[in-house]
Design a protein around this ligand. Sequence first.
Ligand SMILES: Cc1cc2nc3c(=O)[nH]c(=O)nc-3n(C[C@H](O)[C@H](O)[C@H](O)COP(=O)(O)O)c2cc1C
Length: 242
Amino acid sequence: MKKEAEVFDQLVNQRRSVRIYDAEADFDHNAVQRSLERAVLAPNSSNMQLWEFYRVKSPEKLKTLAWMCMNQKAAKTARELVVVVSRRDLWKKRQRALVEEMQRVYPDASSKMAQRAMNYYKNLIPKYYWSDWFDIWGFLKKCLYFFVGLKKPMVRHGNRVDLRISGHKSAALAAQNFMMSMEAEGYSTCPMEGMDSLRVKRFLGLPRKAEVVMIIGCGPGTQEGIYSERYRVPNSEVIFEV
Ligand SMILES: Cc1cc2nc3c(=O)[nH]c(=O)nc-3n(C[C@H](O)[C@H](O)[C@H](O)COP(=O)(O)O)c2cc1C
């Protein structure tokens, strides 16, 4: 096994969801910033980066947010809470940035690569992300995919639910990058979906279409913060070769 794989293996094995953090031990808040900068390097759908990360570290705001996390210990004792948010509503802004980036990367607009990239971001992305109030466009896309899919492989996602899932997928991958990075920095984390997402959205002043993916408690871990031995169902029940 490569040295990097050994280090990674150790980090993956030692990471646990820790629910009680040490209030006295030193905590380097810069580790959170570094870890978030690593989080945004996670793979994400079409590189649209439809995510946001909100750091909460002042004692009063921590108390309020912990209350919104049903006063879970993982939130109440956290030295910092990071709210991971999915922002599918930002697609136009990201699309503009990506079109500019493609123009920079492919200065020769007549090249095949440039045309393909431009077609993707200028034509396909709006068709995928645009949606109307009743999601009629999403329904029509699904119908079209169904009929095209009768003859050949076809993507099947296209309605609002699919867009929401896509946003959560990408944001969750970033969250995992963040947690692994915090582990490498010597700190513990606990992802939480046990929260009042409506109140959290109001607390952060987020718009209607934004969605709270999870809140991650972090800080110096304690042994009593690990509630039980790690349990996983046998690999043979979840890992298959076809
Ligand atoms: C999406 C998600 C939501 C979770 N929500 C909570 C939560 O609200 N409270 C909590 O204590 N743990 C929560 N967890 C942590 C899981 O309970 C934990 O990852 C699982 O029991 C496996 O334990 P391990 O992380 O120590 O390996 C959540 C984990 C994920 C991935």
